[in-house]
Design a protein around this ligand. Structure first.
Ligand code: FAD
Length: 504
């Protein structure tokens, strides 16, 4: 007999994770399931930031959300990448841009040919060969052009968004409620389990009302009300590799046009983010409490804002890591309830989106086939751990003198990452899994940006004659420069792009 389909879904939490899940499930499941979301105004949401990665476009496409409408509704701006200031050593700066670097020449990726030219003193820094890294510091932005040759870098521009997470959650709430999602306001005080299976049967609100379901999606934030408090799933703590454990966040007045990039500036005991929105600028200091007090961190943050602060800094505590299982019995954890890798590469919202996509692909019946659950957990663990290593890379490769940074430079790191650092130093090569989120250009830009210059290149690069290699490198640089020159200023693009939506 075919096991019954799920009928009732309860989403616990109405932050970014909860409303993203509600909107996507409502869109995909339609009326096949009854979807309810419970959230507590008293407890509130994290809602800082937010900066994203390009994948969010796919999520919005799934919901059929118009980009111009989305940018207007969330006070959004566009993002070509992240500028890292002082991360390798004080005073240096590089951009980790989305998208590719250079173009194809022979059998090897572009950066291999670039290494040869650069070591011979005949190439500029790698940033001159990627549209995003060249355009971002110049404040230029546009979405892909349709009236250029398909081989032009302007034909396929990789970009993401900065937006107000609170406004995004509100937008998704309207979207989900319009598609039948029911919302309950109230604080959950108790979680009931089936004594035999250990499955969650219902949650009980402070007013005594019980909400039952077949599947529970835990989006309750750091605490993990169901996945941890009720099911004791366990947590893999990554703080020996990612030691920052606090953040202070404060918005400030907008001063000047929004930059088309997130800024991350190294500080004595961590780093400071700057996220430009249309109406204000988001800021925060992510730090290790073992190396700086909260008061000192607040003073550092406030001393480095471009505009007047719009409130007092808000303190957030966290432990970097992830749940031992993301899906346990009939509970799937998303967002902060599933784990937290600090916001260095803006990956949290991506991980929510990816969790929703995996859940829909592995959607269970009422028998909760354990193979589906194991698959979900294995894929999620892989994804978290690969992003974790990419983040550790930033900390490991530093040449700063402060105790926090020295500790990061000498910490033990996962063996696969250590091998990649050694291999890149040897010949610009490294190994990455095909399915991992950060693509080859990201690894190259961060390794070079953090000051790890290879001493040699792939031997097959020598198959290309010297003169051809030089002409190719010079040509790519010229193409990128002319494309950047053709791009409009970011602020002008937003004004035009969003105005067009208002008229539509
Ligand atoms: P929350 O926002 O904490 O929401 C939890 C929900 O659960 C709330 O609705 C709350 O009311 C409800 N709840 C909890 N307990 C109960 C209860 N007992 N009863 C009823 N309801 C309850 N991500 C990015 O992608 N980019 C960034 O730039 C970025 N920056 C970040 C910076 C910092 C410092 C931090 C901490 C996070 C950052 N993130 C970023 C992560 C991002 O903020 C979160 O992933 C995202 O907001 C999702 O949060 P959430 O919905 O999981 O949890």
């Amino acid at each position: 007999m075919i096991p019954a389909n799920l009928e009732r879904i309860l989403i616990v939490g109405g932050g970014t994770a909860g409303w993203m899940a509600a909107a996507a499930l409502a869109r995909v499941l339609g009326t096949a399931c009854r979807i309810t979301l419970v959230e507590s105004d008293e407890i509130g949401t994290v809602g800082v930031g937010e900066a994203t990665v390009p994948h969010l476009k796919l999520f919005n496409n799934l919901l059929q959300i118009d980009e111009r409408e989305f940018v207007r509704q969330t006070q959004g701006t566009f993002k070509l990448g992240i500028q890292f200031n002082g991360w390798g050593r004080p005073g240096d700066s590089y951009v980790h841009g989305f998208g590719g670097i250079g173009r194809e020449l022979g059998s090897q990726p572009f950066h291999q040919y670039w290494i040869k030219a650069f070591l011979a003193g005949r190439a500029k820094d790698i940033g001159a060969y990627s549209l995003n890294t060249a355009a971002a510091p110049r404040g230029k932005f546009m979405t892909s052009a349709s009236d250029v040759s398909p081989s032009s870098p302007l034909a396929n521009i990789a970009y993401a968004y900065h937006f107000d997470a609170g406004l995004y959650a509100r937008y998704l709430r309207r979207y989900a409620e319009a598609r039948g999602v029911r919302r309950h306001e109230g604080r959950i005080d108790q979680v009931r389990l089936d004594p035999e299976s250990g499955f969650v049967t219902s949650v009980v609100l402070a007013d005594g009302q019980a909400l039952s379901a077949d599947l529970f999606i835990d989006c309750s934030g750091f605490r993990g009300l169901l996945i941890e408090d009720a099911l004791h799933t366990g947590y893999h703590d990554f703080s020996h590799w990612l030691p920052c454990n606090r953040a202070l966040a404060v918005p400030c007045e907008k001063v000047g046009p929004p930059t088309p990039y997130t800024r991350s500036t190294a500080r004595a005991a961590g780093w400071q983010w700057r996220i430009p929105l249309q109406h204000r600028t988001g800021n925060g200091y992510v730090y290790s409490s073992a190396h700086v007090s909260d008061d000192e961190a607040a003073a550092t943050l406030l001393a480095h804002l471009d505009g007047r602060p719009l409130g007092d800094p808000r303190l957030l505590r966290f432990v970097t890591g992830r749940r031992k299982k993301f899906w346990n019995r009939n509970v799937v954890a998303l967002g902060l309830a599933s784990g937290f890798l600090e916001p260095l590469e803006s990956t949290s919202i991506y991980l929510i989106q990816s969790g929703i996509a995996k859940l829909l692909s592995l959607w269970p019946r009422r028998d909760f086939n354990p193979v589906l659950i194991d698959r979900y957990n294995a894929q999620s663990a892989f994804e978290f751990d690969r992003i974790r290593d990419f983040l550790i890379l930033h900390y490991r490769l530093n040449d700063r003198a402060e105790p926090f940074w020295r500790a990061c430079r000498y910490m033990d790191i996962p063996i696969e990452l250590a091998d990649n650092i050694a291999l890149f130093h040897d010949s610009g090569r490294f190994y990455r899994h095909a399915e991992e989120m950060f693509a080859e250009p990201s690894w190259v830009e961060v390794m070079l940006g953090q000051g790890l210059m290879p001493r040699a290149y792939h031997p097959l690069v020598d198959q290309v004659p010297e003169a051809e290699l030089q002409a190719f490198i010079a040509h790519v640089e010229e193409v990128i420069a002319s494309c950047v020159a053709a791009m409009p200023p970011h602020e002008a693009f937003i004004a035009r792009h969003c105005a067009a939506a208002a008229q539509a």
